[in-house]
Design a binder for this molecule. Structure first.
Ligand SMILES: [Zn+2]
Length: 96
């Protein structure tokens, strides 16, 4: 009879669980950024406040601006910026 393989204590999974709700929040934001990166054509960047909004809206829900940059490259660049910021700060008022 061979001994079953036992998982090492203190595996990366345990550490992730210990990080708590704040970590989850950041992961949620990272997921949204990922979604934008996968379908940049569904989004555009507000020229007034740099938020990413869905391509459907006529005016920015954040600053009520009506000028948008809808080039996919611009959306991708902004999404990456926001994702990077999400990992370094805990501020919740960003624009997703
Ligand atoms: Zn705006």
């Amino acid at each position: 009879m061979t001994a079953p393989e036992t998982p090492a204590p203190g595996s990366p999974e345990d550490l992730e669980n210990a990080a708590g709700a704040e970590q989850e929040h950041l992961q949620e934001r990272a997921r949204k950024a990922q979604k934008i990166l996968e379908h940049p054509e569904n989004y555009k960047v507000c020229e007034g406040c740099d938020s990413i909004v869905t391509a459907r809206v006529a005016t920015c829900p954040n600053c009520h601006g009506y000028r948008f940059e809808s080039a996919p490259q611009a959306v991708i660049a902004q999404a990456k910026l926001l994702a990077a910021r999400a990992q370094t700060t805990l501020r919740a008022e960003d624009l997703f």
